[in-house]
Design a protein around this ligand. Structure first.
Ligand code: HEM
Length: 144
């Protein structure tokens, strides 16, 4: 469990930290200067680290969840741990939906015209990332 938490927290640092840097640092500058290469440049650098981090989160997260709750008992909301588990699964599915849509439908033809739509995706993924972090912490101390 100790190594799983370490990997999970490292992955969380990359995923949440990367999106906060993108939302607070890079995105306002891209919107102000109308320079989409600021976003595409960041994405190119972040993707090879961010995608493995997200996959690490999903694998270690499901693993730890199966330690808290045996998988045969997952389909219920009887305890707060069950509730946090399903909140996390919902937040991850929302993240995957937004990320896939941005990666395959917006980034390949990113211009000044669809920059606001890209901005919306970036901010939403960041909000979901912080929500995942708070839900994760809530397994031990109630934040949500
Ligand atoms: C980008 C996605 C994710 C982020 C940023 C994230 C973040 C976090 C953080 C910061 C913690 C607190 C660790 C601690 O208290 O020691 C945590 C714990 C946890 N997360 Fe995640 N998580 C993500 C995805 C997932 C997924 C997909 C699952 C499974 C469905 C999951 C299940 C858990 C569990 C069971 C814990 C409790 C571990 C413990 O404290 O004993 N996480 N998560």
């Amino acid at each position: 469990m100790k190594w799983l938490i370490l990997m999970h927290v490292l992955g969380a640092s990359v995923w949440v930290g990367g999106h906060l840097v993108l939302s607070i640092g890079f995105l306002p500058r891209a919107l102000r200067t109308k320079d989409v290469s600021i976003i595409t440049g960041f994405e190119r650098g972040f993707e090879p680290i961010g995608i493995p981090a997200l996959l690490t989160q999903i694998i270690t997260g499901l693993w730890m969840a199966s330690i808290y709750i045996p998988p045969t008992h997952w389909f219920s909301l009887v305890t707060t741990h069950h509730q946090y588990l399903w909140i996390k699964i919902g937040l991850v599915l929302g993240t995957l939906g937004l990320a896939v849509h941005a990666r395959f439908f917006i980034i390949p033809k990113l211009t000044n015209q669809n920059l606001p739509s890209m901005a919306f995706h970036i901010v939403m993924v960041t909000v979901l990332a912080v929500a995942l972090l708070l839900t994760g912490l809530s397994f031990r101390y109630t934040y949500l």
